[in-house]
Design a binder for this molecule. Structure first.
Ligand code: TXA
Ligand code: MG
Length: 550
């Protein structure tokens, strides 16, 4: 099918196409709609086909004057009229008892029909030109984000419909607020630009309800109040994680999440976007919910590409229009929502004998909570049932009488590279799980600064918990002497251990900060204090937007 592109001056022609049973996409203030004659069941059926939309998901009818409301609906409650008087024309849809003249195809068999009176002049002109109410879902292929630009509509609908009216970008950017009336209350089935607070001004806060599915999704067997709630929606092909929290904590959480990940992308507010080490799309200033609503769908579409493998998106709180943005994001994320940590984590690593222990003690004196990953691991080898069960399956010879012989495990694993890798593949996920639990506990206790002390910080993947990483190295001669003294080894063995470990370069390449410890313990302690100051200053600068100016 050839899709005709109409300019906004061509509404008369486009209206005639709709009156004749055709499909024309058109701009509205919320998102582009895919319009057909709302009184024509066959035309409505074509909408479902063009979108690939499930038959049980009803369409909403668009009107362009108040008299059309009474022509389509009966038993309109007084509150509905008061709400209409206040917010129409505008981004609000109401479910009301339908009259016979509205075909069942449009309402998917429901006794109610969603009515919306858009404020967009082109939408209004089109409805008047058609001379009939226009049934119009969002003009996207089913499951995709609603189209907020002409280009989005063209990408989804070219060749599938009769025409598209080429207007500007949708101003609001998220679909209309959808409400129903029940037991004297107004229930919000889909939040939008008209907020619960706005509705409360008309009917009182005690009479406004938000449907549970808006905030936390539908559970397995729950019956949705609105059919559209049960469908996968807005999601790009890559999994999306919605991150909740204040602006700075969200930015740090996202930064940790994407660092070192191939194909990671982020959607976040403007302030810290340039600090995130992956492709980032900015959606406006923090707290500017209207800007975020305006940008969100375009951002989700832009990231719907095969090279994007995971998406972190900053999720606003539920105030005002934030509720609508958060709802779309949570749905795009399949309600995979995480809370950004307030806890700041410094990863501490380094070569054996370099003096990591002293740095860790110094940071503890400054007030850090120390997580000693070696100790955590050894504790897990004693009594972590999940880890022990896995080890018992993979290294049965390291167990005698059901208990683990650590020395035997060491002998087996250190035979060669392959065995060691096999051991690490088992232990590292368990260690990360345990670290997550420990960090969660610290977070709950209100701790703000922790040090993750781990010789294998990067190999174990524990660096992904860290805001910054600090490496400690020292001259091999100095280290050999230290190891000999500390562990009572002869020189040959001490040197062997050093050469078995990672070279300095390894740490220098990966850590954000380095300390070289070739001097006295006092000098190392002073260096640790200095670097701590530097890290904190740089974080504060970044947080308050004064860094990067140089
Ligand atoms: O802003 C908007 O509302 C846009 C523009 C084009 O007006 N339209 C739009 O339509 O978003 P659509 O079909 O994409 O979303 C309508 C939602 C669907 O989730 C549907 O299940 C629900 O409203 N719905 C429609 N009629 C309903 C009814 N009678 N009762 C409950 N939910 C209904
Ligand atoms: Mg839709």
């Amino acid at each position: 099918m050839k899709t005709v592109i109409y300019s906004i001056e061509d509404v008369e022609q486009a209206g005639a196409v709709i009156r004749a049973g055709g499909l024309v996409a058109f701009p509205t203030e919320t998102v582009y709609g895919l319009g057909a004659n709302a009184l024509d069941a066959d035309a409505a059926r074509r909408i479902f086909e063009a979108k690939g939309r499930p038959q049980d998901n009803p369409l909403i009818a668009h009107i362009a004057d108040f008299s059309m409301l009474d022509a389509l609906c009966h038993d309109i409650p007084d509150v509905a009229r008061r709400i209409a008087a206040r917010f129409w024309p505008g981004p609000l849809t109401m479910a009301l008892p339908k009259r016979e003249i509205v075909p069942d195809t449009v309402t998917a068999g429901l006794p109610t029909v969603g009515i919306r009176y858009p404020s967009h002049p082109v939408a209004q002109a089109l409805i008047r030109a058609a001379g009939v109410p226009i049934a119009a879902p969002s003009a996207n292929r089913s499951g995709k984000p609603s189209p907020t630009t002409f280009a989005h509509v063209l990408a989804d609908m070219d060749g599938r419909i009769d025409g598209i009216i080429r207007g500007g970008d949708a101003e609001v950017g998220v679909e209309s607020t959808f409400i129903e009336f029940a037991e004297g209350k107004v229930r919000i089935l889909r939040p939008g630009y008209i907020t619960p607070e706005d509705l409360a001004e008309v009917v009182g806060a005690e009479n406004v309800e938000i449907d549970g599915a808006v905030l936390k999704g539908l559970s397995e067997n729950e019956h949705p109040r609105s059919p559209g709630m049960k469908y996968r929606h807005y999601a790009p092909s890559a999994p999306v994680v919605a991150v909740l929290g204040n602006n700075w904590d969200c930015a740090r959480e996202i930064r940790r999440g994407v660092r070192g990940q191939v194909g990671a992308a982020a959607i976040l507010c403007d302030e810290y976007a340039d600090w995130i080490p992956c492709e980032t799309l900015r959606v406006g200033r923090y707290g500017d919910y209207a800007a975020q609503a305006h940008r969100l769908f375009d951002a989700l579409r832009e990231l719907d590409r095969p090279d994007v493998r995971m998406i972190y998106a900053q999720c606003p709180d539920d105030r005002g229009v934030g509720l609508a943005v958060a709802n779309r994001l949570k749905r795009a994320a399949g309600f995979h929502v995480i809370h950004a940590r307030q806890l700041f984590v410094l990863g501490l690593t380094g070569s054996t004998g370099a003096g990591k222990g002293l740095v860790s003690q110094t940071l503890a004196r400054i007030g850090a909570e120390i997580i000693d990953c070696d100790a955590v691991y050894h504790e897990m080898l004693r009594n972590d049932p999940a880890l022990l069960a896995n080890l018992c399956l993979e290294f049965p010879d390291a167990f005698s009488g059901g208990t683990l012989d650590r020395k035997a495990l060491g002998r087996l694993a250190f035979q060669n590279e392959k065995e060691l890798r096999r051991l690490n593949d088992i232990t590292h996920p368990h260690i990360r799980r345990r670290i997550t639990e420990i960090l969660d506990k610290l977070e709950k206790r209100g701790i703000r600064f922790a040090v993750l002390d781990a010789p294998t910080l990067f190999e174990s993947g524990a660096d992904r918990f860290c805001d910054v990483t600090l490496g400690v190295t020292a001259d091999p001669d100095v280290r050999a002497a230290r190891i000999m003294e500390r562990d009572g080894l002869d020189e040959e063995y001490a040197r062997l251990r050093i050469s078995a470990g990672k070279p300095d370069e390894y740490f220098k390449n990966q850590c954000d900060y380095m300390i070289t410890n070739d001097g006295a313990p006092e000098a190392l302690e002073q260096a640790a204090r200095n670097i701590y100051q530097k890290i904190i200053y740089q974080q504060e600068d970044r947080k308050h937007g004064t860094s990067g100016i140089a």
